[in-house]
Design a protein around this ligand. Sequence first.
Ligand code: FEO
Length: 184
Amino acid sequence: MLSEKMNEALNVQLNKEIYSAYLYMSMSAYSSYIGLDGFANWFMIQYQEEMTHAMKIYDYINDHGNQVKLMKIPQPPTTFDSALDMFEKTLEHEKFVTNSINELVDLAIEEKDHATYTFLQWYVSEQIEEESNDNEILSKLKLMGNDGSGMYMLNKELSQRVFVPEYTSKALSGSQNQTDNKSQ
Ligand code: FEO
């Protein structure tokens, strides 16, 4: 059983993960609109990843016999200045999520909630990876500036990204095949 405070904090984090998914879906839509299909692919996979982050928390709350309480999802921005702008906003958002995860870890320590502390370590590692990926793409974008061929190449590179599910929700039937690669 999770404390009421921890349950609420996890529900808020669940909302942030769904907002993240929504934000990246919006970036994917905008990328498609301006003809950057590789970027659209990258952001749509990011959307899928964020939904797995959300569902992992969803299942964790359920597993403890607590209630998942869905909240209103804020509207994400719908237009962006450029591909660079999208990745600057992506990195900025991921830093916000990292802070949020760190605060959750602090709460788990404060409450001596060892199970939640352990559960959150997956997110701590995930955030390092997310920020690193964003920084890498951001560096390339800054390096190429207004070079059209660089953008063409990067768009092609981002089109290669594929979704590798790291987690399948227990709430789905057939969850016996649940994958949680990172914890194995
Ligand atoms: Fe789930 Fe990108 O934070």
